[in-house]
Write a protein that binds this ligand. Structure first.
Ligand SMILES: [Ca+2]
Length: 334
């Protein structure tokens, strides 16, 4: 097996290990936002670090230095093998090796795609939804959830609400950096949304579920979030879908607000009142980050106080109707 083959197998193998072990009930650390903040020494004890190592090697290794790096990478592979055996001992046995897109050939090093977002991973042949490492436009590697199943695939999931376990009543810094668990409920982080939408024109899609078993979606062709200096101002237009346009006509071109940073147009503080961070105006027709109400809530999901639930008014024209589930995702336009 030559070096190119080693690289290719290593990266595909590791990505799938990362995906599989990141599923609920097995090993969720990869999926947490705190993983991004762990010190290198701590990360070294975790398989995610191996993926990062290999990606760094592939992206930053000069052609002439590859042989010098070879042994180093082989050590990473040995570590990976050890980790694999540990996982197998722990009962994780769904480890998938997927050959490169063109069966029988291996991707040349110079052609190796930089895995810069979920759509690139999809093009590379990774069709399983899950947690992956991708590079931000500024060159940092972060963990994201890729939705490969929703129409067109290759979506970076920005937000998901599944239950009330993760509170979205968070401050500015938490909304900037991201919070929650990538397999359940989370916010990707305004800074990352800004970076990805500044680099390429992105589409954004809202998928939503009600309590009666119905689904709806809203998609926008143009989605961009400005920098923190500009209060993460949103630019969104080009609606299509069956949920109704609750965003473009009302939430376009407004800064992000949280309870501790009021950029809304209301005399009060929408984020404080609705216990959420969002692009509030006066205050919202869409409020995906509102408080999660379910049947366990003593007030019941259908008895939210005015506007404080998960609202999409153009689908459920009732400010006391809080949705069962919602997801927000983006992918490049082309
Ligand atoms: Ca205000």
């Amino acid at each position: 097996m030559d070096l190119i083959q080693c690289f290719t197998i290593a990266i595909l193998w590791t990505i799938h290990v990362t995906t599989v072990v990141g599923q609920p009930g097995t090993h969720g650390l990869c999926a947490t936002m705190s993983y991004r903040d762990m010190r290198l020494k701590q990360q070294n004890n975790h398989h995610c670090q191996m993926l990062e190592n290999i990606q760094h090697e592939i992206m930053y290794t000069d052609k002439n230095e590859r042989h010098r790096k070879h042994n180093q990478i082989m050590n990473v592979l040995l570590g990976l093998e050890t980790k694999m055996n540990m996982l197998l001992d722990e009962g994780v046995h769904q480890v998938v090796f997927r050959p490169p897109p063109e069966v029988g050939t291996f991707v040349e090093m110079d052609d190796m795609p930089v895995l810069h977002d979920c759509s690139a991973l999809l093009k590379f042949g990774l069709t399983t939804s899950g947690v992956y490492a991708v590079t931000t436009p500024t060159g940092h590697i972060i963990n994201v959830y890729c939705d490969m199943d929703t129409k067109d695939g290759g979506w970076i999931v920005i937000q998901r609400r599944l239950n009330a376990k993760v509170s979205f009543d968070r401050n500015w810094d938490e909304y900037r950096n991201g919070f929650g668990d990538l397999h359940t409920s989370f916010w990707m982080g305004n800074e990352y949304i800004h970076l990805f939408t500044s680099n390429k024109t992105q589409r954004v899609r809202f998928d939503m579920w009600d309590w009666e078993g119905n689904t709806a979606y809203a998609e926008y062709d143009n989605f961009k979030v400005d920098s923190e200096m500009e209060s993460y101002r949103i630019h969104i237009s080009g609606y299509k879908g069956d949920a109704g346009d609750a965003i473009n006509h009302y939430h376009d071109d407004i800064g992000f607000s949280t309870a501790d940073k009021d950029n809304d147009n209301w005399y009060g503080n929408c984020g404080k009142r609705d216990k959420a961070g969002w692009w509030f105006r006066d205050c919202s027709y869409a409020s995906p980050n509102g408080r999660y109400h379910d049947l366990e809530d003593p007030r019941g999901y259908h008895q939210t106080s005015f506007e404080d639930g998960i609202i999409w008014y153009h689908w459920k024209p009732d400010y006391t109707y809080s949705l069962k589930r919602i997801e927000i995702k983006m992918r490049p336009s082309e």
